[in-house]
Design a binder for this molecule. Sequence first.
Ligand SMILES: NC(=O)C1=CN([C@@H]2O[C@H](COP(=O)(O)OP(=O)(O)OC[C@H]3O[C@@H](n4cnc5c(N)ncnc54)[C@H](OP(=O)(O)O)[C@@H]3O)[C@@H](O)[C@H]2O)C=CC1
Ligand SMILES: Cc1cn([C@H]2C[C@H](O)[C@@H](COP(=O)(O)OP(=O)(O)O[C@H]3O[C@@H](C)C(=O)[C@@H](O)[C@H]3O)O2)c(=O)[nH]c1=O
Length: 258
Amino acid sequence: MKSVLVTGANGQLGQSIQKIASSYPELDFVFASSNELDITDVTSIEKKLSIKAFSYCINCAAYTNVENAEKEPEKAFKVNSEGVKNLATICKEEQTVLIHISTDYVFDGEKGSPYLVTDATNPINVYGASKLEGEQHIQSLMRAYFIIRTSWLYSEFGKNFYKTILQKAREGADLSVTDDQVGCPTHAGNLAKYVLNLIAGESMHYGIHHFTDEKSLSWYGFAEEILRENNLFGKVQLEKAKNYRTFARRPAYSVLKK
Ligand SMILES: NC(=O)C1=CN([C@@H]2O[C@H](COP(=O)(O)OP(=O)(O)OC[C@H]3O[C@@H](n4cnc5c(N)ncnc54)[C@H](OP(=O)(O)O)[C@@H]3O)[C@@H](O)[C@H]2O)C=CC1
Ligand SMILES: Cc1cn([C@H]2C[C@H](O)[C@@H](COP(=O)(O)OP(=O)(O)O[C@H]3O[C@@H](C)C(=O)[C@@H](O)[C@H]3O)O2)c(=O)[nH]c1=O
């Protein structure tokens, strides 16, 4: 039986993995929340990784607040870069394969066609820059790793665009949503399956992977779908935002090609 440690287990992806874990009886999971394992604390990682010989560590721990990262970059880098470096160092020592999740925001969005794993990165916000540094630590320290870039995650868990739009709509608020960024909304449950299938299938395709759901949309297009799916389309006002103000810049086009 393969043992799998999941960090950041109470986040959106961590909970999505917990939800389907029982469908993989051949995997023995240990789920660690941020209270139980802090990736910025080396002792905390060593303590958890020493309880048994883990074959895999799925790192779902991250600083994910794109807006706040602009105001507190040191916090974003501490978790997404330094924390990931700690994890990579210890996983290597323990011969644990690291499965790390990264983002479409490592790209600048200027390419205009789907990004390949071999395309040059060039983040345009602090969150993206901190995630890229995390990727680079893993690549320079390890051989047995998977870096899985994904985008626009949504699910019933945690905080995400889908839930924000639905909540605003249910409250009867008028919606104003930008249509100047295009990407692939991805259900966190599908990503969870992709990750667990890599383990169950004993994949040796180490390196960078891109995984998203198929359809590409603007945030406005995604909001429209959310309203339709919930029978709210036409019941609340949805307009294209002329100037939705944000602190962070975001890539104009960040579709990932597998
Ligand atoms: N959400 C999205 O749209 C996308 C996410 N990703 C990536 O996917 C991964 C999962 O994202 P998602 O589940 O949505 O993110 P969430 O923000 O929902 O979950 C992140 C989890 O990490 C935990 N965490 C934060 N700091 C630490 C730390 N120092 N040590 C241990 N745990 C910590 C948080 O705990 P606490 O709440 O207690 O701080 C939280 O439970 C991340 O790597 C993210 O960058 C990639 C593309 C899109
Ligand atoms: C809620 C809302 C957002 N927007 C805009 C702001 C922004 O440009 C865009 C997306 O909004 P959000 O801030 O919800 O999404 P954001 O936090 O940018 O989402 C990103 O999160 C990180 C973790 C990732 O890795 C990315 O793949 C991506 O999913 O939509 C509107 O125009 N109207 C609205 O009502």
